[in-house]
Design a protein around this ligand. Structure first.
Ligand SMILES: *Cc1c(COP(=O)(O)O)cnc(C)c1O
Length: 227
């Protein structure tokens, strides 16, 4: 638990240094703690160390944690692949969804979100590495999906998200992130609430920050290796 607090403190100062180094405004990069396959005790420790946003990939695991932690105020982000039969529980229990890759899922989430609740914040997931098994819309299809999402009543388009192929070379990491960032900055003036560029994980967040990321999703770097 002490390690989690220490990891968060070190990460936060590293983010501050990177914001400065890459001429980003102070506090322009948010830290999302990816808690999948880590126990609720670790989430509590991270929350005590100042983290308010947690990312989960597996619905049942997430629902158990959300129920268990209902007394603490945190924002839950769904960041994993979404099957149609899971949208209702996601619409009812999360504040954010980063992994929208088709209109049908967006329509179901909007239809199943209580209209009296705050809108569900969503990002469109874009494929920026040509790996057959990576989900996400093609870069050229992102705009059309964003337009369709804008018309839905109970979800709010907030940004774009990508998971590029694992790549050890920082320059190649930056080239992949740049493709998403260019699309984000091109679309930003069109959508009033577009403020989130969700890119960067434990092994590539420096490159993501250099290219304009506003939200990095870090699991291992906070909680250690997953079981
Ligand atoms: C697991 C996961 C992360 C965190 O990965 P780490 O390498 O542990 O930081 C970030 N984003 C998504 C979508 C993930 O599935």
């Amino acid at each position: 638990m002490i390690t989690i607090a220490k990891n968060i403190e070190q990460l936060s100062s590293r983010i501050q240094r990177l914001e400065h180094q890459y001429e980003r405004s102070a506090a322009s990069v948010k830290l999302l703690a990816v808690s999948k396959r880590h126990p609720v005790e670790s989430i509590i420790a991270a929350n005590k160390a100042g983290i308010e946003d947690f990312g989960e990939n597996y619905l049942q695991e997430a629902l158990d944690k959300i129920q268990h932690l209902s007394s603490i105020r945190v924002n839950w982000h769904f960041i994993g692949p979404i099957q149609s039969n899971k949208t209702k529980a996601i619409a009812e229990n999360f504040q954010w969804v980063h992994s929208i890759d088709r209109l049908k899922i967006a329509q179901r989430l909007s239809g199943q979100r209580e209209s009296s609740a705050a809108k569900l914040n969503v990002c469109v997931q874009v494929k920026i590495s040509q790996e057959a098994n990576k989900s996400g819309v093609e870069l050229g299809e992102a705009e059309a999906l964003c337009d369709s999402i804008e018309a839905l009543p109970n979800i709010q388009l907030r940004g774009l998200m990508a998971i590029p192929a694992a790549e050890p070379d920082p320059n190649s990491q930056r080239i992949a992130f740049r493709a998403l960032a260019q699309e984000y900055f091109r679309l930003k003036p069109r959508y009033t609430q577009l403020d989130t560029l969700s890119m960067g994980m434990s092994n590539d967040f420096e490159a993501a920050i250099a290219e304009g990321s506003t939200l990095i999703r870090v699991g291992t770097g906070i909680f250690g290796p997953r079981s």
